[in-house]
Design a protein around this ligand. Structure first.
Ligand code: MAN
Length: 178
């Protein structure tokens, strides 16, 4: 039998409503999953912010928080072979294309030198201690790594100019040898 327009219309309409009906529960479930995922992502991001904030307020930024400006910022220095990166109050990296070594993680200030940061517990080094870096902060107009050396195998030194080292608090600490 040849189907008339009305029949075709009816079957399309019934297919359509069947499809819509069968889709409805899935859509609701999907919506619930999406809402839940959004809520979880939101919670995770608030938690990350809170963790970062906690880290920031408990960090030892030196006398009068003189060095807080270096927190969360990266300063680079390139020599012939490597690019060195200081991630302030976090870690030091030595990179070249396709390779990266951790030269130490933030440990704290040198007991005797209030302008020297110690990063240790970096990547393993054959025949020497795990990589570590001493970062000396000196007064300068802008934040800038001016030198990186490796006086002993896997023991690095970095010199960084920063206006933070010119602050009265930092200068007083240096004078008093705090
Ligand atoms: C790599 C670099 C050097 C380091 C050697 C030690 O080449 O990290 O700085 O001296 O490893 O094997």
């Amino acid at each position: 039998m040849k189907a008339g327009y009305a029949d075709v219309f009816d079957s399309i309409a019934s297919l359509w409503s069947g499809a819509v009906n069968s889709m409805t529960p899935i859509t609701e479930k999907e919506k619930a999953v999406r809402d839940w995922t959004d809520a979880r992502n939101e919670r995770d991001s608030v938690k990350r912010e809170l963790d970062n904030f906690r880290k920031f307020v408990t960090m030892d930024f030196g006398p009068d928080m003189a060095y807080h400006a270096l927190y969360g910022n990266t300063y680079e220095f390139a020599d012939k072979e490597y690019t060195y990166k200081l991630n302030g109050f976090n870690d030091v990296q030595q990179t070249k294309p396709g390779h990266s070594s951790n030269l130490g993680r933030w440990k704290g200030w040198d007991d005797k030198k209030p302008n020297v940061m110690i990063y240790d517990n970096g990547d393993r080094c054959w025949g020497a201690s795990d990589r570590s870096t001493r970062v000396t902060l000196i007064c300068g107009e802008e934040h800038k790594v001016v030198d990186v050396k490796e006086p002993n195998k896997c023991e690095y030194t970095m010199t960084v100019k920063t206006p933070s080292a010119c602050s009265q608090a930092a200068l007083n600490a240096l004078k008093n040898g705090e």
